[in-house]
Each structure stands twice: as C-alpha cells, then as structure tokens.
Design a binder for this molecule. Structure first.
Ligand code: CU
Length: 236
C-alpha cells in the first residue's frame, strides 16, 4: 500500500522518477498519459479506454483487418458527431500508426473506416476536464491538407486564401523522419507552425492569415527546406 510506505522511501522513489522518464519513455505523450490502443478490423473498432482526461492523448492505431483503414475522432456539433477533430488515413493491414490529438472535455466518437469510406464503425468516448479553447479545435474557416515526405510538401501548390481567414493546416507525415510546417507572413515574420510530427502521424494548427500578400512556408528541420520542402502562396 503506497500510504503505509515510509516517507524516505517514497521520497527516494519520487526522486528516481525523472531519471526513469529520461532513460525510457519512448512512448511518452508529454502529459504523462499512456498510449490508448485502437484496434481496427474489418468489422470492429476497439478502443482500449472509453474515458479519458482532457489534454493531449496519443492513440496507437493497429489495423488487424484485411482492408486498408482510416480512423477519425469526431466531436459533437449540433447533436451530431460530424466535426473532424483528428484523423489518420491509409493504415494498411498489419500496420500501426499513432495519432496525437488534444481533446477538451466532452463526448466524442472514434470511427474506424475499413475500406476508407462511409461513416465508419463508431465508438463513443468521454473526456473529462476543461473544455477545449475554441482555437484548439473549431474556430477555423476551412482546412487544408498538406502531405509530407522526403523531401516534398504537397497540397499548398494551388492554395489561396482571403485575408482574415483562419485555416487549419493539417500536416500528414507520410515520410520516414520528422517534419514540420513553418508559415511566414508577407513581412517575413512567422505567423504560426505545425510542430514537428513523427512519421505516420498527422499534426495540425489553426493559423490566421491576417494580412494580404505572399506567404512562404517551409519545413524548418535540418536542411529539408533546401532539399525542396518549401513554397509560397498568395492571400488576397
Ligand atoms: Cu522536413
């Protein structure tokens, strides 16, 4: 029983914790949460936990079916679960992928979509804790998907926006190393970024494109930009 443990021993255990975390912790999610397994088959969508704490959660998705699948997290909107909070696509049979998502308090549905179509097989989850800040999840006008692999950023070639629009940039890492997306306004100053995402993971950020002009973007990791992971688009 932890409560009957002598105090010095407990103190020693607490001191040892950061060391342990520093050595191991390859599955750490930053907020100390464990990875939540989602097992997808052609007929089922098993979520290891149906109750989660608000904050960042990493779902470890494994496809045990025969069809390529995708997994969505849907938030509620006017009584329907159709607001996409996060997704991970193109999970082939036998493949595992991680999906990290920041969830505020509320109810959500996780959908596995064998064959990558339809409404999917749904599981409800409950998240306890503070509601999400609007900018975390829903206050954007539209989203744009950017696909990255070594060494290309795809999806923004024909992208344009109107000044004042809030865009959710979704960075889908289909490569084999970490990538990110840094965005700079017409004056060259950074206006936002999608933080580095690991291979197989999708990251996102809502960025307001306040001023009209030419925006530039790049992957700021290593020499990726020099290798071609950069570009520009116009905001009118
Ligand atoms: Cu990169």
């Amino acid at each position: 029983m932890p409560t009957s443990r002598p105090l010095p021993l407990l103190a020693a255990a607490l001191l040892a914790l950061p060391l342990l975390a520093a050595c191991g912790g390859n599955d750490s999610t930053g907020s100390g949460g464990d990875k939540v397994a989602i097992t997808a088959t052609d007929t089922a969508c098993k979520v290891a936990k149906s109750e989660l704490q608000a904050g960042r959660t990493t779902f470890g998705v494994t496809n045990e079916g025969d069809k390529t699948t995708e997994v969505y997290v849907y938030g509620e909107h006017d009584g329907a679960y159709d607001r996409v909070v996060s997704e991970v696509e193109n999970i082939g049979p036998g493949i595992s992928r991680d999906m990290t998502v920041k969830l505020g308090g509320g109810t959500y549905e996780i959908a596995c979509k064998p064959g990558q179509s339809g409404n999917g097989i749904r599981q409800k989850i409950t998240v306890t804790g503070a509601k999400a800040e609007p900018q975390d999840e829903e206050a954007y006008d539209r989203e744009v998907e950017v696909e990255v692999k070594e060494h290309k950023l795809e999806g923004l070639d024909t992208f344009t926006a109107k000044a004042g629009e809030k865009i959710e940039f979704k960075l889908e890492n289909k490569g084999t190393t970490e990538h990110e997306l840094e965005l700079f306004g017409p004056d060259g100053k950074e206006v936002g970024e999608v933080s580095p995402v690991k291979p197989g993971v999708t990251g996102e950020a809502v960025i307001a494109l306040v001023k009209p002009g030419t925006y530039t973007y790049k992957c700021g990791i290593g020499d990726h930009a020099d290798k071609g992971m950069k570009g520009s688009f116009t905001v009118r």
